[in-house]
Write a protein that binds this ligand. Structure first.
Ligand code: URA
Length: 229
């Protein structure tokens, strides 16, 4: 982790305050004064601020039920950020592992651990995302096989990875995908001439959404580990 990030994670300094104090020579890493905020701090390093030992706050892992009309961003835009529902400190350190559209509801994972969220979002790790999808037109049976073979999305050079479709009713399906391309679910159904009218993420990996809309909870240590693989 960069020194300025480590300082922010172990003090109440803002990023710019941390950088200024690092450049003024207030921090030592393994007894050496370090003036470069971009230098790396490793787990076994000792960091002192004017002689006081610093310890980074532990990583946080949060599950939230995103309401419709909120955006997966740290700041409000046309819609308010879903972080308005999150009453924790140092919110600016957090990021969302796999965004949902403003009109999509359901499970969102929030963390300050970039390595962990990479495992969830990178397609090569095959982390399943389960969506309940409402459709404007009745779904035909051949779509199950099409989704398994891969769909050609507009503007993409490769087919989508194999996706599992479970038809619940003519207008409602459960879809499991392991990728997270921009508007992927809506584009997959659009590519076969259908239209998504409601979209809700029920699960990520083997962890299911179990809090009410707008509510959140910390993941258990066991869930954190399970999602990292
Ligand atoms: N796919 C979409 O099209 N939208 C989402 O919010 C999530 C997946």
């Amino acid at each position: 982790m960069r020194l300025d990030k480590f300082v922010c994670k172990s003090t109440s300094l803002t990023r710019s305050e941390a950088i200024s104090k690092i450049q003024q020579g207030e921090f030592q890493v393994n007894s050496d004064v370090v003036n470069d905020e971009s230098s790396q701090v490793h787990a076994n390093n000792t960091v002192l601020w004017n002689g006081t030992l610093l310890q980074a706050r532990p990583f946080r892992y949060i599950l939230m039920h995103k309401p419709t009309g909120t955006i997966c961003s740290n700041v409000d835009e046309v819609y308010p950020s879903l972080f308005k529902h999150l009453d924790v400190d140092h919110v600016s350190e957090l990021h969302i592992a796999g965004r949902l559209d403003a009109d999509t509801t359901g499970m969102v994972l929030i963390t300050d651990d970039g390595h962990w969220s990479y495992n969830i979002t990178t397609p090569t790790k095959l982390c399943a995302k389960v969506y309940r999808v409402g459709l404007s037109r009745p779904i035909s049976d051949d779509v199950v096989d099409k989704f398994l073979q891969g769909i050609q999305l507009q503007g993409e050079s490769e087919l989508t990875a194999p996706a599992t479709l479970d038809v619940i009713t003519a207008h409602e399906v459960l879809l499991i995908i392991t990728e997270g391309k921009f508007h992927q679910v809506k584009r997959m159904f659009s590519a076969i001439g259908n239209k998504v009218v409601s979209l809700h993420r029920e699960a990520i990996g083997e962890v299911y959404l179990d809090v009410d809309v707008g509510q959140w909870r910390y993941l258990t240590a066991e869930e954190v580990l399970r999602l990292a693989h």
